[in-house]
Design a protein around this ligand. Structure first.
Ligand SMILES: Cc1cc2nc3c(=O)[nH]c(=O)nc-3n(C[C@H](O)[C@H](O)[C@H](O)COP(=O)(O)O)c2cc1C
Length: 449
């Protein structure tokens, strides 16, 4: 059978275009309401998407130390939001971001076990270590941990969470009302974890989640981040915008996974894709121009400066982006590096780079018709550049509705995407096996030996 695409919907207040929230079709007053999220989630479910993804950063972007009022900020707490959405959707996977740097594993294992129970096996966790220094200031610290340390802590965090989810055997629940035996204590174990960052006794106060564990998603771009993803990631979100780079990313991820005794079919790799769709190419280009024109002049330069961690406010926007100078002053993050490489390739001016980042934060952009988009998605799948896409509509819900009504049917006709959900859990949608109890701990022991 032809390999099938997997689809995630990456939600963002208003849309992924920085000016998306200003688009006339968007109800700006609704961005903190359940209606906004319910409409998007139900549309995604109508389109048979695998999952709905909510990010989180734990800080707000500023300009010169002050809140910048020209950004659409309404980032609701992911797990609370997804728990609510679990009651208005039936099949859609629900993936939320939570940071291993600023939380404790017992609390987080419990939150995701709860979401998995409430949603009957649709939970996923985007495991982030939070790269941004400003987040530290909200958690009683002066600065972020060193990157390597973030990931060391992240690994231990996952060891503890997986052990906690496994602290109950699937067969431990008896619920025998006649005898009064609710569960079998012989099948519920403490974990007695003592590590460098955490001491956790266990067991968890919920039964094993329906999926065993929620699906573990990772999106780290740096070498330690990629290694973390290879060790624990079951879905990987990424941001290559060129097919050759995406193919290289996918094959090198598979090679890294082999180092952990893992096989390629144990992961689903989903690059971001931000399509602006029109019924003709001319219409799509017009929509792109119109959305671009909604970007206030201050906003693009601000976003660029923030993302590069390099102030560009006083520069002439018509100058070329000073790539070498930026690289010299501060070693760029993985995200900034992607942006700088793209700017070098396209010889972008400061203004050009600002427009580029405003569009979808350096993920792959597409402008064209539904058929053309289906061609691109098919090509990436067939060329081994991805297992699917994390869709990032520039504004919601209109552009999502166009995708669901006009791109999904083309993919289905071509045999590249499901017509109906076959399973009920997120693992089943993604073709990922339910983890056997104790599997992760055995793998850890093997890789440490
Ligand atoms: C599609 C995508 C979504 C991401 N979502 C989040 C997020 O919600 N919160 C966050 O702190 N980082 C998020 N990241 C950033 C990564 O987790 C990672 O920190 C970043 O790529 C930098 O890599 P590094 O941490 O390995 O340096 C996301 C990255 C991608 C590609």
């Amino acid at each position: 059978m032809t390999r099938q695409l997997h689809l995630g919907l990456f939600i963002y207040p208003g849309g992924h275009h920085i000016a998306g929230w200003r688009h006339p079709s968007v109800t700006a007053a609704g961005l903190s309401t359940l209606d906004f999220y319910r409409t998007a989630a139900q549309l995604a479910e109508r389109g048979k998407f695998d999952l709905f993804f909510v990010g989180d950063t734990l800080f707000t972007r500023e300009r010169d130390g002050r809140f910048f009022g020209r950004q659409a900020i309404s980032n609701l707490d992911p797990v609370s939001l997804l728990s609510t959405l679990s009651s208005v959707t039936e099949r859609l996977g629900l993936v939320g971001t939570l940071s291993t740097t600023y939380h404790e594993p017992y609390a987080i294992a419990s939150k995701f076990a709860t979401l998995d129970h409430l949603s009957r096996g649709r939970a996923g966790w985007n495991v982030v270590t939070t790269w941004e220094d400003k987040a530290a200031l909200n958690f009683s610290r002066d600065r972020s941990m060193e990157k390597a340390d973030r990931y060391i802590r992240g690994r231990e965090f996952i060891d503890v969470c997986t052990a906690l989810w496994d602290s109950w055997d699937d067969a431990a629940l008896l619920r025998d009302q006649a005898t009064g035996q609710f569960c079998d204590p012989a099948l519920i174990d403490r974990i007695d974890h003592r590590g460098d960052s955490f001491t956790v006794r266990g067991p968890l106060r919920q039964p094993r989640p329906p999926q065993g564990w929620p699906v573990l998603v990772q999106a780290g771009g740096s070498p330690p981040g990629r290694d973390f993803a290879a060790a624990v990631g079951e879905a990987i979100f990424t941001a290559q915008s060129r097919i050759e780079e995406a193919r290289e990313f996918r094959s090198s991820t598979h090679a890294r996974m082999a180092g952990y005794g893992r096989r390629p079919e144990e992961v689903v790799i989903m690059p971001g894709l931000s399509p602006l769709l029109g019924s003709t190419e001319a219409e799509a280009l017009r929509l792109e121009r119109e959305t671009g024109d909604l970007v206030h002049p201050d906003v693009g330069i601000w976003m660029l400066s923030e993302n590069l961690n390099f102030p560009l406010y006083e520069r002439d926007p018509h100058d070329l982006l000073p790539i070498e100078e930026i690289r010299r002053v501060k070693k760029p993050t993985a995200n900034a590096d992607t942006l700088l490489s793209e700017a070098a390739r396209q010889k972008l001016t400061i203004d050009g780079a600002a427009r580029f980042i405003a569009r979808s934060r350096a993920h792959q952009n597409f402008v064209g018709t539904p058929e053309q988009l289906a061609d691109l998605m098919e090509l990436w799948l067939k060329e081994g550049a991805c297992d699917g896409f994390n869709l990032m509509p520039p504004y919601f819900p209109d552009q999502l509705a166009v995708f669901v009504d006009q791109v999904v049917p083309v993919l289905q006709r071509r045999g590249l995407f499901r017509k109906e959900y076959e399973g009920t859990t997120l693992r089943e949608h993604l073709g990922l096996a339910k983890p056997v109890r104790g599997q992760f701990q055995r793998r850890l022991a093997r890789s440490a030996a």
